[in-house]
Design a protein around this ligand. Structure first.
Ligand code: NAD
Length: 493
């Protein structure tokens, strides 16, 4: 153990004081039981102050009027500062989110890459010109920043999801108010502070900490917020959509998932075993696109499952600050109880427990044993509902059609993975899978160039890639007449 625990005290990242200190939210690390941070419990007035600053910075401030090159320079400086602080930021994520340090370092590395990528996009914001409309007409299609963006972020990837949104909106020329999760606000505040050092002007990026109600609600309902970018549960996503109706603002919703992971008999089975374990136990299963439903070709299933379970036995949980830790803690007592209730349901509904199936006996932390259920059927609760914990459900399939049917048998549509060395199989199945991402011979994978988002109850809108910047723009059509107009109405005597 090489981490020194301290308790960090945070204020909102806001120009001025907000409405004063008020009550604080105390964050006890789910991995160690220690008090690691105190965040301000923001009010609707704090949110209103941040929104007013963002509105003013957008309507009157320099940020939307800077050139793309100027915005890119600030974002590049920001990425460099984040890179210098990766280890410290990763330790904060471990403390607050309960994830293993190896994963937190990976997340922060991706934050750096995403910020650099968004800096590149800032130089590329452009529209289209139509010069083929005849000698007297010309048309331009501009991409303008959408305005003030409210961003609401969950706890499972606090820094990464911040970076999937904020640099892209800033690259487009928007101003931003972020409401991080009440469990994991530290890195959003730290990243915003580094942003100020990099040259993001006052009011352009604020972070207001606190609970969904009132801070998140205030962002969604405010007439001065033009767009809400939300990542979180499908239940709260529905509420966001309803609350945005009054002001008819645009929203993007990155919601829950129940992803299928399909293993065909001709796969590289070593890769598929490692990938299947990563797909469910990465971030202790607290991942929107966790590969929670393992669909295996019945002809290889017994051997595959036996090897999978043998490998899973060596996963290490416990000290999440240790470099060899594999599986972290559940985010909160309430969530720990919820995940444990799914373990009970899986057993009660008749699935066979091949591994785990209980809470882990760890003194200080909210750990759940990596769990593998076999002989799961589509009617079981563990097949249908998002568990958001280290719990894998295995089901066998006879042929491609059955695999696709099972994969799509969910209200969600975030991601699917498939493992096969037959390109025909992969290519033919991909369009049939009703999910926003399909991974072939890999899982939970990507690159800043590749957009991410859902189908069905996993939401709508895309983050990252060019689409992730376009999301934060409005299209303005400019149509011009050149020279003297032919009159439409002629004077009648
Ligand atoms: P959550 O929906 O409980 O909370 C998400 C955020 O919304 C938090 O900041 C919370 O404070 C805020 N919030 C709560 N009530 C609100 C309200 N009435 N108005 C405005 N904001 C409100 O989700 P969570 O438990 O933090 O995160 C887990 C969920 O997020 C899972 O369902 C997971 O699948 C989903 N998720 C999706 C993606 C994706 O990209 N699709 C990524 C990560 C997590």
């Amino acid at each position: 153990m090489n981490h020194i625990f301290t308790t960090r005290d945070y204020a909102h990242h806001l120009a001025g004081e907000g409405t004063g200190v008020g009550p604080m939210i105390e964050r006890v690390s789910p991995g160690s039981g220690r008090l690691v941070a105190r965040f301000r419990q923001g009010t609707a007035e704090d949110a209103a102050a941040a929104i007013a600053q963002a509105r003013d910075a957008f309507d009157n401030g320099p940020w939307p009027n800077k050139t793309g090159m100027e915005r890119a320079a600030v974002l590049r400086r920001w990425a460099d500062l984040i890179e210098e602080n990766v280890e410290r930021l990763a330790r904060i994520e471990v403390d607050e989110a309960g994830k293993p340090i190896r994963q937190a370092r990976g997340d922060l590395g991706n934050v750096v890459s995403l910020t650099h990528f968004a800096a590149g996009l800032a130089m590329q914001v452009h529209g289209e010109t139509y010069s083929n409309l005849g000698p007297q007409k010309a048309g331009w299609i501009h991409r303008e920043p959408v305005g003030v963006v409210g961003m609401i972020i969950p706890w499972n990837f606090p820094a990464l999801i911040f970076a999937q949104k904020v640099p892209f909106a800033l690259a487009a020329g928007c101003t931003v108010v972020v409401k991080p999760s009440e469990f994991t606000s530290g890195t959003a505040l730290e990243l915003a502070r580094l942003g100020t050092l990099a040259g993001i002007p006052e009011g352009v990026l604020s972070v207001v900490t606190g609970y969904g109600d009132p801070v998140g609600e205030a962002l969604v309902k405010s007439p001065d917020v033009d767009f809400v970018s939300f990542t979180g549960s499908t239940a709260i996503g529905r509420r966001i959509l309803a609350n945005s109706a009054e002001t008819l603002k645009r929203v993007s919703l990155e919601l829950g998932g129940k992803s299928a992971n399909i293993v065909f008999a001709d796969a590289d089975l070593e890769d598929a075993i490692d990938g299947s374990l990563y797909g469910i136990f990465y971030n202790q299963g607290e991942c929107c696109c966790s590969a929670t439903r393992l669909l295996v070709d019945e002809t290889i299933a017994d051997d595959f499952v036996a090897r999978l379970v043998a490998r899973a036995k060596s996963l290490k949980l416990g000290d999440i600050h240790a470099d060899d830790s594999d599986v972290g803690a559940m985010i909160s007592d309430k969530h720990f109880d919820k995940v444990c209730s799914y373990l009970s349901k899986g057993k009660a509904e008749g699935a066979s427990v091949l591994l785990g199936g209980e809470a882990a006996n760890q003194d200080a932390g909210l750990f759940v044993q990596p769990t593998i259920f076999d002989h799961v059927t589509p009617d079981m609760t563990i097949f249908r509902e998002e568990i958001f914990g280290p719990v894998l459900s295995i089901i066998r399939f006879k042929d491609q059609d059955e695999a696709v049917r099972l994969a799509n048998d969910t209200i969600y549509g975030l991601a699917s993975s498939l493992w096969t060395k037959n390109f025909d199989t992969a290519h033919q199945i991909t369009p049939k899978l009703r999910s926003g991402s399909v991974w072939i011979n890999t899982t939970i994978d990507g690159s800043p160039q590749m957009p991410f988002g859902g189908y069905k109850a996993s939401g709508f809108g895309r983050e990252m890639g060019q689409a992730g910047l376009d999301e934060f723009t409005n299209i303005k059509t400019v149509f011009a007449h050149l020279g003297k107009r032919e009159p439409y109405y002629t004077a009648k005597s």
